[in-house]
Design a protein around this ligand. Structure first.
Ligand code: PMV
Length: 334
């Protein structure tokens, strides 16, 4: 019996224009743009053997321990999308997955974990041939929307926008080639405000957009922000970047606050950190800004040119607001 093994890493990503609201089979209600990160990633190992039957059997381990919840999520996904995975028939799969970031950091892991898994499965399909990244993005999207954006380095766009004729709701496309060099140097320092599980899942949040009174306004704003940000990214306009990044973060959390039922994921220290960042920017004139994911942690974004001053600022002014003084230094994956 042969015993084959594949190991793949896939990074997390942070959206600048946010995906919030979906329809059909994981199709986005507006386009989104994200930075692909370097240090926050999932590494997945798949060991596979022929089992002499027609069925696929699976074992799943997360950080060394069997994880039935994750296993059933993957089984459901493979069943719902079996037309894309006929190459798994007759295989026993042992899947082992690890995150580079601490489990208790409150960092969403579905983008990196689902895309890492898809990369492993496609490596079984393609064997010695290169993996088709568009297919990887398409299949990752079906598992977790934002995972579609994790298969390419630098920056990606997922969702149709008139500014990019090759853009699609079905998969993300890389836009690293059109970036002004300054955006290839961006850092994302993730200030950990809380380690608690999110009180409202992304899935529930997306579905609250269906009845949201501001839904159409939101999608129109996100479409416009996508087009504007693409121009900003080409021109190296860091001020324009700040305007859109912060407006998108604030709008995402305002949508949560104005849905029915309403909820808030920001915590007091989220606001304290944001106020400190705004004060620091005003005092120093440095192009630092923040974004938020669906959680209380603050992502501090800045170009490499000011990384020393920002590091001092984090140590002196921000660290005390972080849970156990924790923050994760990440940057754009090149
Ligand atoms: O990929 P999902 O379904 O977990 O949704 C992600 C939504 C946000 O992280 C809030 C925004 C985004 O575009 O990544």
């Amino acid at each position: 019996m042969n015993n084959n093994q594949i190991i793949k890493r896939s990074p997390s990503n942070i959206a600048i224009v946010k995906y919030w609201g979906k329809h059909g089979n994981q199709l986005p209600n507006n386009p989104s743009i994200s930075f692909t990160l370097s240090n926050c990633f999932t590494e997945t190992k798949v060991t596979y053997n022929e089992n002499g039957t027609d069925s696929t059997n699976m074992e799943f381990y997360f950080e060394g321990k069997e994880n039935p919840a994750f296993k059933s999520k993957i089984e459901k996904y493979l069943l719902e999308n079996e037309q894309h995975f006929s190459f798994l028939k007759g295989l026993d799969l042992k899947i082992e997955s690890y995150n580079s970031f601490p489990h208790s950091s409150g960092i969403a892991s579905s983008a990196s974990s689902m895309s890492a898994l898809i990369m492993c499965l496609l490596a079984i399909k393609y064997q010695d041939e290169p993996i088709d990244l568009q297919e990887a993005s398409f299949l990752s999207r079906l598992a977790s929307g934002s995972a579609a954006r994790s298969v390419y380095p630098l920056m990606t766009v997922w969702g149709e926008t008139p500014s990019l004729p090759s853009s699609s709701d079905e998969f993300a496309i890389p836009i690293g080639d059109m970036l002004h060099p300054v955006f290839k140097t961006y850092h994302d320092t993730i200030l950990i405000v809380s380690s608690k599980e999110k009180s409202v899942s992304s899935r529930a949040g997306h579905s609250l957009m269906n009845e949201h009174p501001m839904a159409e306004m939101r999608y129109a704003t996100a479409r416009k922000n996508t087009e504007d940000l693409l121009t900003i990214l080409k021109q190296g306009d860091v001020e324009g970047f700040i305007r859109i990044a912060e407006a998108e973060a604030n709008q995402l959390h305002d949508l949560m606050a104005t849905s029915t039922p309403s909820y808030t994921l920001k915590e007091p220290n989220t606001i304290n950190i944001i106020n400190k960042i705004l004060e620091f920017r005003k005092d120093t004139g440095l192009p630092v800004c923040y974004t938020l994911d669906a959680g209380p942690n603050v992502h501090l974004l800045y170009p490499d040119s000011c990384s020393e001053q920002v590091h001092d600022f984090i140590e002196k002014e921000l660290k005390d607001y972080c849970f156990e003084n924790k923050y994760i230094e990440d940057k754009v994956l090149r």
